[in-house]
Design a protein around this ligand. Structure first.
Ligand code: ZN
Length: 74
């Protein structure tokens, strides 16, 4: 797998419907710091989006600062 393929298939990987793709993606991320960082960034981004949706519906409080304080991006 190449870095371009990792990026192209990332959303398919997150869908979780292809075990062979998942294995290949995990192997690549284990051996490629750039794609591992890409995966971490995407995970944080999706977590932020989910929290924003919940906060909007729930209390309206904004805890993005707390999230970034607990999860390192680099
Ligand atoms: Zn890569």
């Amino acid at each position: 797998m190449t870095c371009a393929e990792f990026s192209r298939f990332y959303s398919d990987f997150r869908d979780g419907n292809d075990p062979a793709l998942a294995a290949s993606m995990r192997w690549h991320a284990t051996h490629c710091a750039t794609c591992a960082q890409h995966a971490r960034t995407m995970l944080i981004g999706s977590d932020v989006a989910a929290r924003c949706a919940i906060e909007h519906e729930d209390t309206g409080e904004h805890s993005l600062s707390a999230l970034f304080a607990t999860q390192r991006i680099a």
